[in-house]
Design a binder for this molecule. Sequence first.
Ligand code: ADP
Ligand code: MG
Length: 324
Amino acid sequence: MSLDEFGLIERIAARTRARADIALGIGDDAALLQLPPGQQLVVTADTLNAGVHFPPETLPADIGWKALAVNLSDLAAMGAQPAWCTLALSLPEADPDWIEAFADGFFALADAHGIALIGGDTTRGPLSISITAMGWVPAGQALRRDAARVGDDVWVSGHPGEAAAALQLWQQGGLDVRAAAVDGDLERLRQRLQRPAPRLQLGLALRGLAHAAADVSDGLLADLGHIASRSGVEAVVKGEAVPLSSALRRAFGAAAALDCALRGGDDYELCFTAAPEQRLALEAVASRLALPLTRIGVIVAGQGVRCEGDANGARASGYRHFTG
Ligand code: ADP
Ligand code: MG
């Protein structure tokens, strides 16, 4: 069975519910939203294109999850409370099974974080998913990239590099992205690529504690480099301090694992800076959220980003479109 555009929209709209902050949701020319008083609106957009941002054979449920996850990660990096999103879908065909599976992944994550789908667009074309996510933050409390200060510690959440490792294994033919791996470590890496967990609770907890923050989508050094350049400071990372998971080390060995952690993308961990006085408070956040937070470097006067003890020196570049 095939559906027209409106049949597809109906399938998606059936998964949404009424909410007090949505005066008008899917079905009109545009949505009407109620921002709580005293809050600033936080808006971000990210697109996933088949074959560029995910392997072509990726399961539709994983595509739905990840398309939203990368946007939620941007809200997390701003310290925002997620609220609403729109979904622009370009689909090669109107396959109801595909759309239901996509919605399963999308709404599993959306419902877990209380973000409501309030509109979108549905067109025919190459597979592409474009989401605009909106949230709010008390005025003046957003975590910005331009707020790092000399003397700050540099922190990272979780274990960066695992998603990039899974992608490399897939490129080498050593990982099926569609099926659970029998090996527990491999499955952990696969999950990190296919089902990234946006660090929203961490972003909220960092309000008032962190100075600057960014999510690690392009690679740890690249994204920390954005913080450094926006803040007019230099970031120095100590290579031996970067947390490497045992799954990552087992798959690649220590040196290649560090390269994945520093330059791999798609992790969606948070990298942030904070004054040394906040160390105890940040350790308390880590244990409350059961999420490792690791001090990996410092902010000094200067510019750029540098990693001590890394064989590849200053090569910071993460993934870039339109180059190479
Ligand atoms: P218009 O032609 O006025 O832009 P559409 O026919 O594109 O309206 O969409 C009808 C309604 O369905 C709108 O409220 C729109 O926001 C919503 N919508 C369309 N596609 C999607 C989608 N993929 N996800 C959620 N809502 C959608
Ligand atoms: Mg439209």
